[in-house]
Write a protein that binds this ligand. Structure first.
Ligand code: DC
Length: 241
């Protein structure tokens, strides 16, 4: 069936005009591959909204702990989801709020990441968070960062990117970040954490970490941030008017 686009970004189908879906740039990949940095910069450049889906899992694990809920208690955790009042800073403001408390630092620790990875393996939790993630899709566009953005949450994303880097390189980057913040860390411990998280995220039964069939794979091990950003922006510019 012929579909054309006019200047107002509308599809004309059988003489009826329907709005085009809001474009989504889905950026998936393992922790430490640079998804967060690239997604934020891409969203700023494009003037699009940004979804940090990992933060939702991190906040849920944090809130579960506050409520003394076991991190494997799937039913209690999924029931907690609708009660979560989460706010994100806009643009370059990277703050994250739960109710009236800024939780940016608490949810960014290695421990919080490991806890997030445990709750993220629970099918009811993933289901409970699905609609909330979809609701981030608002005009003029969305950059969605996670593990299953292109496979489950936005399977019709305009462009799907899968960013990877070797575990060694990701551990080294994390180590450099910690040192820059004046926080002590051991490279071998960070590498072990990254490998454990990769293993859990890739082998869970629901929405495991893997590239969508139509994702563009980018190995960032030997690439600078700017080079990755330009590659990603070129992909989206080719697909959007
Ligand atoms: O991207 P991140 O490190 O903030 O993610 C924290 C954990 O949440 C990660 O170990 C896997 C999980 N996660 C997920 O399962 N699905 C997503 N879309 C995002 C994160």
């Amino acid at each position: 069936m012929p579909v054309e686009s006019n200047s107002k970004n509308m599809h004309i189908l059988n003489n009826k005009t329907t709005p085009s879906p809001v474009p989504v740039l889905a950026i998936d990949g393992p922790g430490g591959a640079g998804k967060g940095t690239i997604s934020r910069l891409a969203a700023l450049k494009l003037g699009w909204h940004y979804l940090d889906s990992g933060a939702l899992y991190r906040i849920l694990a944090f809130a579960g702990t506050l409520h003394h809920i076991d991190l494997k208690d799937e039913i209690s955790l999924s029931k907690l989801v609708p009660a979560l009042n989460i706010r994100f800073g806009i643009g370059s403001d990277e703050s994250v709020w739960l109710d009236d408390q800024e939780v940016s630092d608490q949810i960014r620790t290695e421990r919080a990441g490991a806890a997030a990875s445990i709750v993220a393996a629970l099918p009811l939790v993933r289901e409970a968070l699905l609609q909330q993630q979809k609701a981030f899709r608002r005009a003029p566009g969305l950059v969605a960062d996670g593990r299953d953005m292109g496979t489950v949450v936005f399977p019709d994303a305009t462009v799907k990117v899968f960013l990877t880097a070797s575990a060694q390189e990701r551990a080294q980057r994390r180590y450099n970040q910690l040192i820059a913040k004046g926080i002590d860390g051991k490279l071998c411990d960070l590498l072990a954490d990254i490998q454990a998280r990769d293993e859990r995220d890739s082998n869970r039964s629901v929405a495991p970490l893997r590239p969508a069939a139509d994702a563009v794979l980018i190995d960032t091990s030997q690439m600078g941030i700017n080079e990755v950003l330009i590659t990603v922006l070129n992909l989206i510019n080719l697909q959007t008017p």
